[in-house]
Design a protein around this ligand. Structure first.
Ligand code: SAM
Length: 296
């Protein structure tokens, strides 16, 4: 039913079952990025409502839908057809008509979605790709002076706000339940996934982009989620996607519900995914752009 996992250039290529069953849970289960994302991206990347955006690993169009109004044209690319269908629905509901949805992997670039683009975004998706090779391909697809933006949540080194006065999501206990059902090695698709040991910054520094800039945008300090949304968050991940559980996740779901009921009688939880980290790298501007920026 699904394409088999293929190997090229010594690397394991995309496993089409990675997010199987996760798309329907994604928008309901995932915390939003910083409310200041658009403003900061517009300022840092010089967005003026024109040009083209490519959102790679767009999933259900989280960034795509938020950023589409800042561009003339948008291409949203993801290998998972169910994710793309969710994204199309969300774009339709928001009345957006300037987005083209492409089913492909980042490794299929540039052929799958030829440039040029003013901005290429990866929201929690760059780590799924052959990072150095994909960054080099993106460099060639950008207009001179255009930007690559890697976006994700981070708690590392970020101050923790006091919270809204409801219990925090008991992630450690929920992860113990995941391990009880799926084992203690992180699962992904038909295989497992080793913990990440390197930073995006270091990968980009070794490409033509050079050392990128990292910015931290304030996360939502008082985000409250309901029990079902917390559960959806787990089903939206690759490591706890519904297909991994022999019964589709029914027993896991009832155990999580019971655990959450014990933690919060109101069924409300504080979610602190951290601030939003924006790693920005720019393609070398052309000579006129460089001269203008010197004058400015
Ligand atoms: C965590 S989701 C991110 C969705 C969305 N960009 C966001 O910011 O929430 C990761 C997405 O990366 C996609 N993905 C996985 N491997 C990929 C690859 N090789 N190329 C492009 N996208 C990939 C998955 O299908 C999934 O939709």
């Amino acid at each position: 039913m699904f394409g088999r996992v293929v190997r090229h250039a010594g690397r394991v290529a995309h496993d089409p079952t990675t997010y199987l069953g996760a798309a329907a849970h994604y928008r309901y289960g995932r915390p939003p990025y910083s409310p200041e994302l658009e403003m900061n991206l517009a300022r840092e990347a010089g967005l003026d409502g024109h040009g083209r955006l490519l959102d790679v690993g767009c999933g259900p169009g989280i960034l795509t839908v938020r950023l589409a109004a800042l561009f003339d044209e948008v291409v949203a690319l993801d290998p998972d057809g169910d994710m793309l269908a969710e994204g199309q629905r969300a774009a339709h509901d928001s009345g957006l008509t300037n987005i083209r949805w492409v089913q492909a992997t980042a490794e299929d670039l540039p052929a799958a979605a030829p440039g040029p683009y003013w901005l290429v975004t990866f929201g929690q998706s760059f780590h799924w790709t052959d990072e150095p090779r994909v960054a080099e391909a993106v460099y060639d697809m950008l207009e001179p002076g255009g930007c690559l933006a890697l976006i994700g949540h981070t708690t590392e080194g970020r101050p923790k706000p006091p919270g809204p006065g409801v219990p925090a999501i008991p992630h450690t206990e929920i992860q113990t339940l995941v391990a009880k059902h799926l084992g203690s090695t992180t699962r992904a698709g038909q295989g497992t996934r080793a913990p990440r040991t390197h930073r995006f910054q270091d990968v980009l520094a070794r490409t033509r982009f050079g050392v990128p800039r990292a910015l931290f945008l304030p996360g939502i300090p008082d985000l409250v989620r309901e029990t079902e949304s917390v559960l959806a968050g787990y089903f939206s991940t690759a490591f706890s996607a519904p297909h991994l559980y022999p019964d589709g996740g029914k027993r896991f779901a009832s155990e999580v519900r019971e655990l959450l009921a014990n933690h919060s009688p109101t069924g409300r939880f504080w979610d602190w995914p951290g601030d939003t980290e924006l790693v920005l790298a720019r393609r070398e501007p052309n000579i006129e752009q460089r001269d203008q920026s010197t004058v400015a």
